[in-house]
Write a protein that binds this ligand. Structure first.
Ligand code: AKG
Length: 418
């Protein structure tokens, strides 16, 4: 199986939605390409005296609904096309979530795990300085993504305020509490995945109680999805990370698995159960599968062997278009990324509003708001799918895309862009 270009995937998904909605090629062309992509060079002096240059990007896809919004990832394999695809997905995610945001995304091609704290700070500050002219509280609001965290956001915030000579706290979200962030941001994507899954399970599986779950990826999203799903009554039977996984039909304690990962480097050392590979986890006989690791893990090569009834996309882009066709035929329901993992950006919006008002909100209130929005959005997508599409031909992603693209289309029309 050849890895597909994420941008091709994103465009194929858009093409489908544009065709289903009956829009013309002009609309497709406008939305298949970002408004702007800035490529920057980030050159830093390493601790050993050598000089290294890293490439970085910020892609601003569409701002019809509001300022661009989306995270920044640090990853050794990130490419410009991937960043563009991710910014396109952010446009749909924000639109579907009903947030007043367009879509943006950033990335730096670097392995942050091998940088010293000083090198990481320097890289973060230089990257943000280089994109500071195109970001801003009402222009483009970055946030954490793969391998970036509240500390990186603090450096972004500080660098922006140094360059712009102000105190613009709403220019990034996902900040530490001391700088206007919310503790709840860290749990929000995983919590949102769990809530969306619960709504789907209530509708299609008669509830979450006792339903078996496999979670691929044990970073923030995977761990918190597992933790909250377990709290909601589901039984976590398999978890994995990049180094391997574990399957125990008797059930796995998510907290214990996290402790094992922290102390030994991988959940695969969990004391009970059978060791499995990070790809085998996708094919286990479970009710619910949560791919929360990387893109394109469910492909036309393994889709036919998937036994789960519901797939909840914690990661961005884990299912390819070709795989989804097979899954629709098999009657497997995919809660698409733009719906299921929107919890992070919804919480970011709460933080941003708070910063702009100079206000405060408790984590409890913020999580309540997030839950309401995830329930509402999941029900909206399921209802739209049932009313307007054919379950034997169309996925929930088709429904989610049609709602999201139509909102962006209407905003562009009202603004006179098309
Ligand atoms: C994502 O949902 O993939 C994001 O990058 C969210 C970032 C945000 O909170 O703005």
């Amino acid at each position: 199986m050849q890895p597909t270009d994420p941008l091709e995937e994103a465009r194929a998904q858009l093409r489908r939605a544009v065709d289903l909605l009956g829009y013309d090629d002009y609309v497709y062309e406008v939305l298949a390409n970002p408004d702007r992509v800035l490529q920057v060079r980030v050159t830093i002096k390493m601790d050993d005296g050598t000089v290294k240059t890293f490439l970085g990007w910020r892609s601003q896809h569409n701002s019809a609904l509001g300022p661009y919004k989306g995270g920044v990832r640090y990853h050794p394999n990130v490419t410009m096309n991937e960043v563009i695809a991710l910014s396109m997905w952010m446009t749909w995610k924000n639109s579907l979530a009903g947030l007043p945001y367009g879509g943006g995304k950033g990335g730096v091609r670097v392995n942050p795990k091998i940088l010293s704290p000083r090198e990481l700070e320097l890289l973060s500050r230089k990257y943000f300085e280089s994109i500071s002219d195109i970001v801003g509280v009402d222009q483009d609001i970055p946030a954490p993504d793969v391998y970036t965290d509240p500390q990186v956001m603090s450096w972004f915030l500080d660098e922006y305020n140094r360059v712009k000579r102000g105190q613009f706290f709403g220019v990034v979200t996902g900040k530490p509490v001391e700088l206007g962030g919310l503790n709840a941001r860290i749990v929000s994507t995983g919590y949102g995945v769990a809530v969306s899954t619960r709504v789907a399970a209530e509708k299609f599986l008669g509830g979450l109680e006792g339903r078996t779950v496999a979670v691929q990826g044990y970073g923030n999203v995977g761990y918190y999805a597992a933790k909250f799903l377990a709290e909601m009554g589901a039984k976590i039977v398999a978890v994995s990370d990049s180094r391997g996984g574990i399957y125990d039909p008797e059930g796995i304690d998510p907290e214990e698995a996290l402790k094992v990962k922290r102390s030994t480097g991988t959940v695969a050392n969990y004391q009970r159960g059978k060791k499995i590979s990070t790809m085998e986890i996708l094919e286990l006989p479970v009710d619910i599968l949560v791919p929360a690791a990387i893109e394109e893990v469910i492909t036309d090569e393994n889709a036919d062997r998937i036994k789960a009834k519901i797939i909840s996309e914690g990661a961005n882009g884990p299912t390819t278009t070709a795989a989804e066709k097979i899954l629709v035929k098999k009657g497997v329901l995919v809660l698409p990324d733009i719906l299921a993992n929107a919890g992070g950006v919804i919480m970011s919006h709460i933080e941003w509003v708070n910063n702009r008002m100079g206000g405060w909100i408790t984590d409890e209130e913020a999580l309540k708001k997030l839950e309401q929005k995830m329930v509402e959005n999941t029900k909206t997508v399921i209802t739209y799918w049932e009313k307007n599409l054919k379950p034997e031909e169309n996925s929930l992603r088709d429904a989610a895309y049609m709602i999201a693209v139509e909102r962006v289309f209407r905003a562009m029309k009202l603004r006179g862009w098309i």
